[in-house]
Design a protein around this ligand. Structure first.
Ligand code: EPZ
Length: 418
C-alpha cells in the first residue's frame, strides 16, 4: 500500500490542465459494448477505475488497444454477458454495463455491487427502470441475472435523480423498439456527455441535462473517436486546495458552468475568481472566510463529490460552517482523520458542524475512500509540519498523477511504497 509524505504550509502557485472526467469515461466505456464498430475514447485518465472498467470489457470479449492515452474498444467479438464478481466489487460503476450488455445479448449477469465506504448505494432504481423496458430480473446468491426477449421503449419515472440509473436506462433504451422517456432523470454534465457520445454513434437522444431524457430506439450504432468532457470534480479539488493553502492557479480545459455551485462558495470564502473561455483563474491571499452552510444536492446543486474537500477548507476558515450530506449515508469517514490534524468538527447524522481553526497541524492519517482521501491530502498541504496519508490506492481510483500535479503547483508531496 502506497502512502504520501507531505510537508505542509506552502502556497500553491502554477497552472494545470484538467483530466478527462472519470464519471463520463466510465459510462462511455460501458456504452462501447452497444456497437460493433471500433470506438476510441480519447485522453482517458490513467486511474484505477478506468483500468478496471477496461478489464471488464476484455472479460466480455471486447478487443482493447491503446493509442497513446486513447483507449480503442472493438466489441464486434464480444462473447460473454457475465461481469466477473471480483471486478464488479472493485468497480461499483460496473453496474452501468447491465444496460449495454442486455441490449447486446438479451442477457446479463453481474455480482451485486453491494455498498461501499460512502453508503448503501442500492441499485433498485436501475433494476426498476430495466424492468419497465421488458427485462426479467432475478437476484440470488449475490448475483443479479437479467434476460429479455426484446427491449421495448417505455416511460420511466425515477424516485430520485440517480446518475447511474439514468445512464443505465439510457444505454438499455438506445436500441430498444420505440421511444423511452426518463422522468426525474439526473442532470449532471456527465449525463449530457453520455448523450452526446451516443448521438455521435448514431443514437437519437435528447433532453439530457433537463431532467427529462427522451430516447428514440435505433437499429444500429456506428463508431469513431470521442473526447469526453473535463473532470469537474478534479478541477474543484484543486480549486479548494488553493483556497485552503493560499496562492494562485490557472486551470485549463474546464467548463466553469459545470462548477458554478462551488465557484459561488469560493467567492463567499473570499477567493478572487476569473473565468475566460475554458480557463478558471483563482487567487487566495488571506485566510478564507467561513461559508455559513454547504448542502450537497443533485446537479446543479453543490456536488457530493466535493463535500469532503469543502469540509476540509471549512476547518481553517475564519468562522463556523455547517456541511450537510444529503445524498449518501456515510460520507464523513474522513472526519476523524481531520480531527487528528486538530480540526474542530462534530458530526451528527448527515451534518458536520465545523468551527474554523487558524492552522491544522501535520499528522498521520488514513484514506478511507476516494474523495475523503483527496480531502486529507489538501488538508495536509495546508497544515503546519509533516503529514502522512496512508492507503492512497483509494485516491489512485480517481485522480491521475495527483502528486505530480500538486508538485507542479509547488507542493512538497512524495509517494512512498510501503
Ligand atoms: C455517481 O454515482 C458518481 N459515480 C458518484 O461519484 C457520485 O457521487 C454520484 O453519482 C452522485 O453524484 C459515477 O458516476 C461513476 P447515484 P451513482 O445513483 O450513480 C440513491 C466519485 O467519487 N440511489 O446518483 O452510484 C443512492 O443511494 C463517485 O466519483 C438509490 O436509492 O450515484 C444515493 O443516495 C462517488 N437507488 C443517490 O441515489 C439506486 O438504484 C445518488 O446516487 C441508485 C441510487
Amino acid at each position: 500500500m502506497d502512502k504520501y509524505i507531505i510537508s505542509g504550509g506552502g502556497r500553491l502557485c502554477g497552472r494545470l490542465r484538467v483530466q478527462t472526467a472519470k464519471n463520463s469515461v466510465l459510462p462511455i466505456l460501458a456504452a462501447a459494448v452497444l456497437t460493433d464498430e471500433p470506438v476510441a475514447v480519447c485522453n482517458v485518465p490513467d486511474i484505477t477505475d478506468v483500468k478496471n472498467m477496461v478489464k471488464i470489457l476484455s472479460c466480455l470479449g471486447c478487443k482493447i488497444s491503446y493509442r497513446g492515452q486513447d483507449v480503442v474498444i472493438d466489441s464486434s467479438c464480444c462473447d460473454s454477458c457475465e461481469i466477473p464478481r471480483a471486478l464488479a466489487h472493485e468497480l461499483r460503476s460496473s453496474v452501468f454495463l447491465l444496460g449495454s450488455v442486455i441490449s447486446r445479448f438479451r442477457r446479463a449477469k453481474i455480482a451485486y455491487p453491494g455498498g461501499c465506504d460512502i453508503g448503501l448505494r442500492p441499485v433498485d432504481l436501475h433494476l426498476t427502470g430495466l424492468k419497465r423496458l421488458g427485462v426479467d430480473i432475478s437476484e440470488c446468491n449475490g448475483y443479479i441475472t437479467c434476460s429479455c426477449q426484446k427491449l421495448t421503449g417505455n416511460e420511466i419515472m425515477l424516485d430520485c435523480p440517480s446518475v447511474g440509473a439514468t445512464e443505465n436506462i439510457m444505454l438499455a433504451a438506445v436500441k430498444a423498439e420505440g421511444t423511452t422517456v426518463i422522468k426525474n432523470a439526473a442532470r449532471e454534465p456527465e449525463i449530457e456527455d453520455v448523450q452526446n457520445f451516443l448521438n455521435f454513434l448514431g443514437a437519437k437522444i435528447k433532453g439530457a441535462g433537463t431532467g427529462t431524457v427522451v430516447i428514440e430506439g435505433v437499429k444500429k450504432l456506428g463508431g469513431g473517436d470521442y473526447q469526453p468532457i473535463a473532470d469537474r470534480i478534479e478541477a474543484g479539488t484543486f480549486l479548494i486546495a488553493v483556497a485552503m493553502c493560499g496562492g494562485e492557479m490557472e486551470l485549463g480545459g474546464i467548463n466553469a458552468e459545470n462548477l458554478s455551485s462551488l465557484l459561488h462558495k469560493l467567492r463567499e470564502n473570499g477567493c478572487k475568481l476569473r473565468i475566460k473561455n475554458d480557463k478558471i483563474y483563482i487567487r487566495s491571499d488571506r485566510r478564507p472566510v467561513a461559508v455559513k452552510s454547504v448542502e450537497t444536492q443533485p446537479y446543479p446543486g453543490f456536488p457530493t463529490d466535493l463535500q469532503a474537500q469543502m469540509t476540509a477548507l471549512c476547518c481553517v476558515c475564519a468562522g463556523n460552517s455547517i456541511v450537510t450530506e444529503n445524498l449518501f449515508e456515510t460520507r464523513f469517514k474522513y472526519v476523524p482523520e481531520l480531527k487528528k490534524m486538530g480540526a474542530d468538527i462534530t458530526v451528527i447524522d448527515r451534518t458536520a458542524f465545523v468551527r474554523g481553526v487558524e492552522r491544522l497541524k501535520g499528522a498521520v492519517t488514513v484514506a478511507h475512500d476516494l474523495r475523503g482521501g483527496a480531502a486529507l491530502v489538501i488538508a495536509a498541504l495546508a497544515a503546519e509540519g509533516e503529514s502522512e496519508v496512508l492507503d492512497i490506492s483509494h485516491i489512485d481510483r480517481g485522480y491521475a498523477g495527483f502528486e505530480y500535479k500538486l508538485r507542479a503547483l509547488g507542493a512538497k508531496i512524495r509517494r512512498v511504497s510501503t
